[in-house]
Design a protein around this ligand. Sequence first.
Ligand code: SF4
Length: 229
Amino acid sequence: MRGTMFFIIFAKKLVTIFKFMLHSELRPYSPYLLPIMEEFYSLQGEGFHTGKPAYFLRIGGCDVGCFFCDVKESWDASKHQLTNTDEVIGRILANPSKAVVVTGGEPLLYDLQYLCHQLKEQNVLLFLETSGSEPISGQWDWICLSPKHNHPPLEEILSLANELKVIIYDDKDFEWAEENAAKIKGNCHLFLQPEWSNSQIMMPKIVDYVLQHPKWRISLQSHKFMNIP
Ligand code: SF4
């Protein structure tokens, strides 16, 4: 019995390694092994789906380089454990919400087709958080696009976004918000979110702006107020 179990585990590892080798000729990372920085079950803190429970998957790696980034430790993908995607999928399926938020880093640095396909087969709701700096992969129920000056979003992501969430650090970000809002499709929800470290200064300005431009709504990082991840 123990021998059979050992053989099954060994065979599964061999299959994973084989898939990785096959794919690594085409891309630097395989869809079957992703550099996962952290995973946790929590509530969505920001944007349209604020307050909804979901499993969060943070994939390491980002080359956008925002100075206000609050997950700078995610930038270097090599610092994060390459994790078997099937194992991750198993943990996502075990959470009660049947919803996953894939975030980063910049998750679209990776081929997410396999992850999405396997989860969709199990009717999991798929939410993506991206800067839009890389081509889309995977099928998503909801795309939250947070465009960044350093690396503006690709046209294809602007046309797919369900939610545009612009981080407001200073006055010029209002222009950046309008510039992006002019490019998205009609039924995309528009949010302005104060950058955390400068929110005391910018919050009154954002309130005034939304009062004058009612197509926008305000998103707050409510998870920080709730003291949850
Ligand atoms: S795109 Fe996101 S993860 Fe990347 S540097 Fe900017 S805030 Fe950080």
